[in-house]
Design a protein around this ligand. Structure first.
Ligand code: GRF
Length: 194
């Protein structure tokens, strides 16, 4: 525990493109005044992202970035993150790939949650592929973001048993529920290892 004394707050930005249920769970978990992990802002490439509403509920900043030109968009994001003294970026259903340049500028400080037991089932339509392959287990993974999609160092995983009657939809629901526990836990782990 002594190790933690003197560690400053971790200013965190969460990037979303849609519902933002992971964002909501992070906000709930870290809304405690004494928490060293501070969710400072929500960023989205999609102005209609449902999750943006949590900016109001939790009284934090939101930023919408037009992604027509990726390089310009990323420049804007980097500037915004710097201005807001952001230390850590959490991707939570953010549907844009980040460039090498962006990842380098934020090296080691971008993490993502993916709904499979990585390294299995990287990419999209995870649950459909898992069900089609008649897997017995799936789950979710929090990992560092590297140049290759869903391939960075794993921080934490949670295994979920698949029932015979499960469909992609029911599995996705089950796993999402676990994601909501796993993401905050993974952040605590990062913090404890600082
Ligand atoms: C989650 O399943 C996450 O693992 C994936 O995208 C989904 C986002 O869901 N990367 P939500 O927007 O947090 O509800």
């Amino acid at each position: 525990m002594a190790k933690l004394i003197g560690v400053k707050n971790i200013n965190t930005a969460v990037f979303i493109s849609g519902t933002g249920s992971n964002l909501k769970s992070l906000l709930n978990f870290f809304s405690n005044k004494n928490s060293k992990i501070k969710i400072r802002l929500i960023l989205s490439n999609n102005r209609n992202a449902k999750g943006l509403r949590y900016a109001k509920t939790f009284k934090i900043k939101k930023k919408i970035i037009d992604y027509k030109n990726q390089r310009l968009a990323e420049n804007k994001i980097l500037l915004f993150l710097k201005k807001n003294k952001i230390d850590l970026v959490c991707l939570a259903g953010f549907m844009r790939l980040l460039s090498k340049r962006f990842i380098n500028s934020f090296n080691g400080k971008i993490i993502n949650i993916h709904p499979s037991l990585l390294p299995k089932y990287k990419g999209l339509n995870t649950h459909e592929r898992v069900i089609n392959n008649k897997e017995k287990y799936s789950g979710c993974t929090v990992h560092y973001v590297s140049y290759k999609v869903d391939s960075g160092k794993i921080i934490m995983q949670k295994k979920v048993k698949i029932q015979k009657k499960d469909t992609a939809k029911t599995l996705s629901k089950k796993i999402l529920k676990q994601e909501h526990f796993l993401y905050p836990k993974a952040l605590l782990k990062i913090y404890a290892n600082l």
